[in-house]
Design a protein around this ligand. Structure first.
Ligand code: ADE
Length: 231
């Protein structure tokens, strides 16, 4: 069993890279893949870069070239629901591409035409593992289970944040999770997105992101470690 672990940015994978036992490095598509052991499990770790296209390319490579069985994405996100605070964790129930708009053909916002699903469901067993292990061990903050939406937009306005909440009932927003889920779905692979909140996707989002990206990245990796330990 090999876990493919994806983070979009260096900050999001740094702790794993430092703590894992690296056996081999591969370079493909201008990207470094680290094969090794982390928390007693075989993993391939990769920084995919920012945005949906990067995330989809690298997820497909993890599956096709490095033969991972399960895909987990760890990282940070902007909180969408008002009650979600910086540092809180959101574990994906499903993911959706919020910037996909074929409404003029009668499709609901976010739905990819001619694909039978609106969003992509995360693996139930991984969701339960994440929730059970984190509820027991998190020192502070809350853990939520809900929809994560992704788009090629850094959301930093109350107006857009409200739209994501009203249109999709999104818990948080980021820029890769739905592309990872989409790629996992078409390859019949289980996946989970774990995000810790770095900002509230509002007018202060840029400043908050810079201040809290390291802390939030670390908290998300904390949940990942617990999942791997108990898997
Ligand atoms: N990742 C972290 N914060 C974000 C935001 N506000 N919008 C999109 N992606 C993010």
């Amino acid at each position: 069993m090999i876990f493919g672990i994806i983070g979009a940015m260096d900050e999001e994978i740094e702790k794993i890279k430092n703590e894992m036992e690296i056996e081999k490095k591969f370079v493909k598509a201008k990207t470094i893949f680290y094969k090794g052991v982390f928390e007693g499990k075989k993993i391939v770790l990769v920084r995919c870069g920012i945005g949906k296209v990067n995330a989809a390319i690298i997820t497909q490579l993890l599956i096709s070239e490095y033969e991972v069985d399960i895909i987990i994405n760890t990282g940070v996100a902007g909180g969408v629901k008002e009650e979600i605070e910086i540092g809180d964790i959101v574990v994906s129930t499903d993911v959706l591409e919020h910037d996909f708009d074929a409404t003029s053909f009668g499709y609901p916002l976010g739905q990819i035409p001619r694909l039978e699903v609106l969003g992509f469901n995360a693996d139930k067993y991984l969701i339960d593992l994440a929730i059970n292990s984190s509820e027991k061990e998190l020192e502070y903050g809350s853990v939520y289970k809900g929809r994560i939406v992704s788009g090629d937009i850094f959301v930093s306005s109350q107006e857009m944040k409200k739209k994501l909440c009203d249109n999709f009932n999104a818990y948080c927003v980021e820029m890769e999770g739905a592309a990872i889920g989409h790629t996992a779905y078409i390859n019949n692979k289980p996946f989970l997105i774990i995000r810790s909140i770095s900002d509230k996707a509002d007018g202060s989002a840029n400043d908050n992101f810079n201040e809290f990206v390291d802390l939030a990245s670390e908290r998300s990796v904390g949940i990942l470690k617990r999942i791997l330990k108990s898997y």
